[in-house]
Design a binder for this molecule. Structure first.
Ligand SMILES: Cc1cc2nc3c(=O)[nH]c(=O)nc-3n(C[C@H](O)[C@H](O)[C@H](O)COP(=O)(O)OP(=O)(O)OC[C@H]3O[C@@H](n4cnc5c(N)ncnc54)[C@H](O)[C@@H]3O)c2cc1C
Length: 288
C-alpha cells in the first residue's frame, strides 16, 4: 500500500477544510471495509486519509425534529441492526443492516460508507430509497439535501463532489398503517453480496394502498426504483393478484447483467419473486 497521511478531525468543518485543501488526493474513511481493500489492491491511492471516527455528529442516531429519524453517516450496520427504534419503525433498514457481511464486518461497516462506495449491490440503499430518505451533504458552499432516489449516478459514483461529505440520512416517519421489508438472494448464506436485493414499503388507508415504494439492488448500474410497479399498486387493495401484477412490472425496472453470481434471466426471475415476497410481508406489517 502506498504511504499516506492520516487526519483525525473532530468536526464536520475540520473534515471539509482538509478535503478542500487536499482535493482529489484525499479520501475519508469510516469503517474502512470498502476503502482499505481498494487501497491494498491499488484501485485507490489517496495521499491523505481523513478518519471520521472522532466526528461526533456523524455517529449520532436520533429522532428528527417533529418526526422521523436522523442517522449519522458513520453509524455502523451493527448499531442499526440492534437499535430497537430502528427495528420498530424502519424494519427494512434494520433487516438490510443485519445482512451486511459478518458481525465483525458490521461492527465497522457504516451506513454512509455503504452508500458512498455506491456498489450496485449495496444492501442498505434500497430500504432508504423505499423509505423516501434524504442524504444531508456538507460542502464548501454549505449543506444540501438530495433524495436517496437521486443519490447514485453510476457504478461507484454518487452526486458527492470530492470536497463534500455525507453527514447524515434523514428518514421521514412512515405514516400510520405502513410496513416495509427487505430481502436479498445470495448463493452463499454468509459473506456474499446480493445477486438481487428488493425493499418494499407500503401504506394502507381504507383498505387500499395509498403509497408504495419498491427499490431494487444489483440489477442495474445503480440501485433503482420500480416506479411502474409502484404506480400499479396505488389505490388498489393489496390482493395476491395485485401484488403479482406489481412483481411482474418490477422486472421492467431491472437492467441486469450476466456474471458469475447469476445470469440476467435469473436476476429478472429473482426481482419478481423477491418483490412479491417483500410486498406480502410489508402488507402484513402495515395491517398489524
Ligand atoms: C467481508 C466483507 C463482506 C461484505 N458484505 C457486504 C454485504 O453483505 N452487503 C453490503 O452491502 N456490503 C458488504 N460489504 C461492503 C462494506 O462492508 C459495506 O459497503 C460498508 O457499509 C462500507 O462501510 P465502511 O464504513 O466500511 O466504508 P469505508 O470503507 O470507510 O468507505 C467506503 C467509501 O465511502 C466513502 N465514505 C465513507 N463515509 C463517507 C462520508 N461520510 N462521506 C463521504 N464519503 C464517505 C469512503 O471515502 C470510501 O470511498 C462487505 C465488505 C467486506 C470486506
Amino acid at each position: 500500500m502506498r504511504r499516506f497521511d492520516i487526519a483525525l478531525p473532530e468536526t464536520v468543518e475540520e473534515c471539509l477544510a482538509i478535503l478542500a485543501a487536499r482535493g482529489a488526493d484525499a479520501k475519508v474513511v469510516a469503517g474502512g471495509t470498502d476503502l482499505l481493500p481498494q487501497m491494498k489492491n491499488g484501485q485507490l491511492r489517496p495521499a491523505q486519509v481523513v478518519d471520521l471516527s472522532g466526528v461526533a455528529r456523524l455517529h449520532a442516531l436520533h429522532p428528527a425534529n417533529g418526526s422521523g429519524l436522523r442517522v449519522g453517516a458513520a453509524v455502523s450496520a451493527r448499531r442499526l441492526e440492534r437499535d430497537a427504534g430502528v427495528g420498530r419503525g424502519y424494519a427494512s433498514l434494520a433487516e438490510s443492516a443485519a445482512l451486511v457481511g459478518s458481525v465483525q464486518v458490521r461492527n465497522l461497516a457504516s451506513l454512509g460508507g455503504n452508500l458512498c462506495n455506491a456498489a450496485p449491490s449495496a444492501d442498505m440503499a434500497p430500504p432508504l430509497m423505499a423509505l423516501d430518505a434524504e442524504a444531508l451533504i456538507a460542502g464548501p458552499r454549505g449543506e444540501r439535501r438530495v433524495s436517496m432516489s437521486s443519490f447514485f449516478t453510476g457504478v461507484r459514483r454518487t452526486v458527492l463532489a470530492p470536497d463534500e461529505l455525507l453527514v447524515e440520512l434523514v428518514i421521514p416517519a412512515p405514516a400510520a398503517h405502513s410496513g416495509g421489508h427487505y430481502l436479498r438472494h445470495t448463493p452463499r448464506r454468509e459473506l456474499d453480496i446480493a445477486v438481487v436485493g428488493v425493499a418494499s414499503q407500503v401504506t394502507l388507508a381504507g383498505g387500499v394502498c395509498v403509497s408504495a415504494r419498491i427499490a431494487l439492488a444489483a440489477v442495474a448500474p445503480t440501485p433503482v426504483r420500480a416506479t411502474a410497479a409502484e404506480a400499479a399498486l396505488q389505490g388498489q387493495p393489496l390482493t395476491p393478484e395485485a401484488i403479482e401484477r406489481a412483481a411482474a412490472l418490477a422486472v421492467d425496472a431491472a437492467k441486469p447483467i450476466d456474471d458469475h453470481r447469476g445470469s440476467a434471466d435469473f436476476r429478472r426471475h429473482l426481482v419478481r419473486v423477491l418483490t412479491r415476497r417483500t410486498l406480502a410481508v410489508a402488507h402484513a406489517r402495515a395491517r398489524a
